[in-house]
Write a new protein. Sequence first.
Length: 572
Amino acid sequence: MTESRNTENDQQNAETRQSGSVNFIEAIINEDLKQGKNNNRVHTRFPPEPNGYLHIGHAKSILLNYGLAKKYNGKFNLRFDDTNPTKEEQEYVDSILDDVRWLGADWEDRLFFASDYFDQLYEWTEKIISDGKAYVDDQPATVIAQQRGTPTQPGIESPFRTRSIQENLDLFRRMKAGEYRDGEKVLRAKIDMSSPNMHMRDPVMYRILHAHHHRTGNKWCIYPMYDWAHGESDYLEGITHSICTLEFEVHRPLYNWFVDQIQTGEYRPRQIEFARLNVTYTVMSKRKLLELVNEKYVEGWDDPRMPTITGLRRRGYTPESLRLFAEKVGVAKRDNVIDVALLEHSIREDLNRHSPRVMAVLNPLKVVISNYPEHHEMLTLENNPEDPEGGAREVPFSGTLYIEREDFMIDPPKKFFRLAPGLEVRLKGAYIIRCEEYKTDDQGNITEVICTYDPESKSGAEGSQRKVKGTLHWVSAPHAIDAQVRMFDRLFLSEDPENVPEGEDYKKNLNPDSLQILEGCKVEPGLKEAIPGEKFQFQRLGYFCVDKLSAPGNLIFNRTVPLRDSWARSQG
């Protein structure tokens, strides 16, 4: 299934390519520039609603919009479409600012809010009413929805559609003055109730909300709908290419109709849609992500199992890895689902180049080297063979070590190239050891492995030519630092967690083993002062990041991804 999905994605991405590396959006921009539209400018924006934390789909949009502005020497705005005070919070504004900045998208001095334009939107709205193209409707939302009809049946005109211009102006001003209750009246655009596009059937432009706004306070009790505020905000900011996801394609005629009502001169923003990012084993709905947070299925928006940017950051993802992922996904015209393994491959590719190699033991088993001297020695180990500037570090080696419990078996199968009675292995960067005997407790659990070492087998030493098939990581027991390690798996068991029979809850697909907390792990002493956000490769185990709650004496590591790369193997 994964291979067929990868093939389908490759085909869809190929459809978006023109000559060279130009995608279909760039081809449109190139043609606009060729025709001299908007004074040969390119000006993009990222317009989030501050009603939740951003997720990886938003990251793709941010990188696309900012990347286009950079490519064409244009400008990039960050604008909050804050038109619904009942769902918006300053916390979300702050988190979005932090995430966009972390991704490297620089809006310079162009930070805006749709609420900045409420006065101008109101003024334009009175003009539209005066032009006979909007009216106040007294009907409740349920009746208005019923009267819209269906995609195959025309809508029914409101009995209030024929109100006079003067009456509509008076009622709208009284709405603004706070004379009516929430939901008592709305303002609707007068377009076409028989349009085949449901969004053109007299859409609501303003509703009454007696709610405190995070920026404008209690100045307003009427708020513009997203469709009305969005295009006009683009127009006010000089946006040339309003790039959004595919679900807004059916909104484009309404976007254009609203711009028609206020446009002066030749400048005009153009809406272009691309396929939203869908990833396997993940939900992208803000509503569902909020539900997971509020109902305590996860620890919060920054839970490392969440697809939020803040969650990915805490897990150890880097801006470079998300940029690499976005480049590999490409810009598609049709919706598709991306294998989460590609995302994991992207972070491995970045961390492999930059993260220091260290040794950690997650399930310790004590090893005593009976013929090793009582003192310890310092071994010099390479930090990262992929990084020419990575340098080296000193690691203590002694006669008492920890290895992974799974690296020892009493009666191993064939081709078990780890430690067992009578078998030899090399300790990474150190010596070859041989298992001579082992000890168990009353329940038969192995408590200690006793080995001997070959003093002439030191790694890198002149004359050390002995070869063995197995190499184990280890930590010197007297020098080891205790740590907690949090092992994360996919949050959902199903590739398509939202695909459940009608009436069933998508949360039944939650993975009960998506988080395992390992206590008593042992790490090399150089990690004692590791700070939150630092990233490492635990040799043979995977890539790990120091958690935000970690501190000296209370080290906490999050596993970002294991070393195994299923996506790279699927590509041959």
